[in-house]
Design a protein around this ligand. Structure first.
Ligand SMILES: NC(=O)CC[C@H](N)C(=O)O
Length: 308
């Protein structure tokens, strides 16, 4: 197996190039709390199945993981409910923005995939019906997979998003009108906004994707999170839908399954090899981190390690 031995040099080199270059885009402006984040922060954390780890820049600064949580919520729903979840959410790229409503009407309220907001709201609804104490139980799951107890919701960010959450409110109610939301939409939305508000640093976030990188991963209590076929499927959905309308571009330029969030974080996984988290708050027009995308493109080019 091709092992990266010079990852530190490669990360140092690309990091310097990118931090001294342009910083185009802007932090997510539609969530007031996120618009306040210093856009010059830039962190990277790398970990491999060989236990090589390396952090660079602001890798220990916590940020809002936003949509990256959708991978974790999907994984928990998949663990609890198995393949029945695919009756209520599809696995096709949507070809539209993450918060788009357009296809839902013709698709009868079945969101195209679990990573667009509509699909993530349906997954939240499933979890709300399954978990005894949804907020507490979901956070426990995130702590378990990340191996860190120091993971929290950010109440201010959750309230900030709720105060301007018109689109998500519309999406949730629209899906409910088709019968694909069981619970009270207000409860589903409150859960969703809290999940998006979770804060982690690059290291915690990379570790929380370890179960998708390493088939032998076990939590502290010795259990696996998903079986191999299930992890493979989550990676497949990340590959095709992880970057919304830029998923094709990400596959083309970076060539890894991954997931972005409007907090500026991106996690990418090379199954059985490595996992990398990058964070830089300025977003491009598709809502993906400008510097993060650039960094990963250069990283898979220099290391010659993409899945293709
Ligand atoms: N792409 C994202 O990270 C979007 C998450 C954000 N909380 C929203 O629902 O709009």
């Amino acid at each position: 197996m091709h092992r990266i031995t010079n990852h530190k040099e490669i990360i140092d080199k690309i990091y310097e190039e990118i931090i001294t270059g342009d910083n185009l885009g802007a932090p997510a402006g539609y969530i007031p709390e996120l618009a306040k984040v210093d856009p010059n922060q830039f962190g990277v954390y790398f970990m491999s199945t060989e236990n090589d780890t390396y952090g660079k820049g602001d890798w220990q600064t916590k940020f809002s993981i936003q949509s990256i949580m959708k991978v974790l919520s999907l994984s928990l729903a998949y663990q609890m409910l198995g393949d029945s979840i695919w009756k209520r959410v599809g696995v096709e790229p949507s070809g539209s923005a993450f918060n788009s409503l357009v296809r839902l009407e013709t698709d009868n309220g079945i969101p195209r995939n679990p990573f667009i907001n509509g699909g993530a709201l349906v997954i939240c609804d499933m979890l709300l019906s399954q978990l005894k104490n949804p907020l507490f139980d979901f956070l426990s799951f995130v702590r378990e997979v990340s191996g860190s107890d120091k993971v929290y919701y950010n109440e201010t960010v959750a309230q900030s998003e709720a105060s301007v959450g018109y689109r998500n409110i519309a999406l949730c109610n629209f899906i409910k009108s088709f019968g694909n939301i069981d619970n009270d939409p207000n409860e589903v939305l409150d859960f969703y906004f809290h999940m998006c508000s979770i804060e982690m640093d690059c290291q915690q976030l990379a570790h929380s994707f370890e179960f998708l990188m390493d088939g032998k991963f076990r939590t502290k209590n010795g259990s696996s999170v998903l079986n191999l076929s299930q992890s493979k499927r989550i990676n497949a959905i990340m590959q095709t839908c992880g970057f919304y309308d830029e998923s094709g571009e990400f596959a083309f330029k970076v060539g890894l399954p991954g997931k972005s969030g409007v907090g500026g974080g991106i996690v990418a996984v090379h199954p059985e090899k490595y996992c990398i988290c990058v964070w830089s708050p300025n977003l491009n027009e598709n809502g993906n981190s400008h510097r993060g995308m650039k960094f990963l493109e250069r990283f898979t080019t220099e290391t010659e390690l993409s899945i293709f």
